[in-house]
Design a protein around this ligand. Structure first.
Ligand code: NAD
Ligand code: GLY
Length: 371
């Protein structure tokens, strides 16, 4: 669809029976009234954004929503992963209750994954569930976090530990909003794009290798394809396993190591995508040491992650027992079972599995991969 035009629009559908919804991808969607016509009718809309994104895009969104809702409210949260917590979540509930919002009120998450995850969790729990829309403004959120209904906040002891599965009504990926994204955030988003290759689609991995420079400069045709293909793969996975009973865990490739880095350093020190990028390198080394892939594939993946502007060496989380600290942090993971860490590993290029690994081998990988 995008071969010849960057003005074309694409749609990817999440098929989950009565919880199905479209992901719209294209330029100029945010301010297009026709995008919102399919939403349930209500008197009130609440836009949830943050102090960085609201000044850029909230006025445009508010203007278009005012053509559909008689009251359009805006709540502006503090920016940052460090604010993905209870007190910040409470600000959304404060706004809903102080403004007398009823159970038909539609929430609009305007921001990156942090705003999206928190707004989704608020929507899941306010009056036991109100409709919400994802308007992802980072690449990471467009290719991953806005899609599939995982919502959460962090706990000081573990990332995304408190949350709910709750699907949005609609996801709107406007390519134009990505133009204000800092380069470091673009790279972080590329980590989640790259992720889909080794776990599910080697042709896509090769396409990313060829088109990485175009992605780094946000060439529109390349960006649109990367977002569409990522969403298609995620839709395929989520459509089979909405609540992560099995298959969906493969989307966490790189995340077990990555979450340990994020919480071990303190939220916000490394970006989520940076943790995932480095975590994929570590998980690839673990796969290689378990005999599942060869070193050539580990090196291929490492080179791509590095070219995307992401770290490929892990930080030291403890001066006394670094590997032990990683292991302790990784045990607090939603995939862990009875204290046993379960890793997403590459089981031959293009295919992922979830399994445990001996601590000694994991220690070897951490020692090898950390600065
Ligand atoms: P983020 O939400 O913190 O956004 C990154 C930064 O970019 C923030 O400072 C934000 O204000 C700013 N920003 C956002 N859009 C912008 C724009 N258009 N122009 C300029 N600045 C902009 O981080 P993220 O990378 O989008 O998301 C990471 C979060 O997503 C993590 O909390 C992670 O756990 C979560 N996540 C969730 C899922 C899921 O399935 N729910 C999947 C992956 C990640
Ligand atoms: N980002 C992982 C998932 O949605 O399952």
């Amino acid at each position: 669809m995008y071969a010849n035009s960057h003005n074309a629009r694409a749609q990817v559908d999440i098929s989950l029976a009565e919880r199905s919804y479209p992901i719209l991808i294209g330029a100029g969607l945010l301010g297009d009234a026709s995008v919102y016509r399919q939403l349930p009718s209500a008197s009130t809309a609440l836009i949830v954004s943050n102090t960085s994104v609201a000044p850029l895009y909230a006025a445009q969104l508010k203007a278009v929503l005012q053509t559909r809702y008689s009251k359009v409210l805006l709540t502006t949260l503090p920016d940052g992963e460090v604010h993905k917590d209870w007190p910040t979540l409470q600000l959304i509930f404060d706004a809903l209750l102080e403004n007398g919002c009823d159970r038909k009120t539609v929430l609009f998450a305007l921001g990156g994954g942090v705003v999206g995850d928190m707004t989704g969790f608020a929507a899941a729990s306010y009056m036991r569930g109100v409709p919400f829309v994802q308007l992802p403004t980072t690449l990471l959120a467009q290719v991953d976090s806005s899609v599939g209904g995982k919502t959460a906040i962090n706990h000081p002891l573990g990332k995304n530990m408190i949350g709910a599965f709750y699907q949005p009504q609609l996801v709107v990926c406007d390519l134009d909003v990505l133009k204000t994204l800092p380069a470091r955030e673009l790279s972080a988003g590329l980590a989640e794009v790259i992720k889909y290759g080794p776990i599910a689609d080697l042709d896509f991995l090769a396409w990313i290798e060829t088109n990485l420079d175009a992605l780094l400069t946000q060439e529109p045709v390349a960006m649109a394809h990367a977002i569409q293909r990522s969403c298609e793969i995620k839709a395929w996975v989520v459509g089979q396993d909405e609540r992560e009973q099995g298959l969906r865990a493969i989307l966490n490739f790189g995340h077990t190591f990555g979450h340990a880095i994020e919480s071990g350093l303190g939220y916000g020190e490394w970006l989520h995508g940076e943790g995932v990028g480095c975590g994929m390198v570590m998980a690839a080394h673990l796969s290689q040491r378990l005999g599942l892939i060869d070193m050539a594939f580990v090196e291929r993946l490492t080179q791509l992650i590095k070219r995307a502007g992401l770290p490929v060496r892990g930080p030291v989380l403890s001066a006394t027992d670094n590997a032990g600290r990683y292991l302790d942090l990784m045990r607090i993971d939603k995939k862990s079972e009875a204290g046993e860490i379960r890793f997403v590993l590459i089981d031959g290029p293009g295919k992922a599995i979830v399994r445990a690994a001996p601590d000694a081998l994991v220690r070897e990988v951490i020692d090898f991969c950390c600065l």
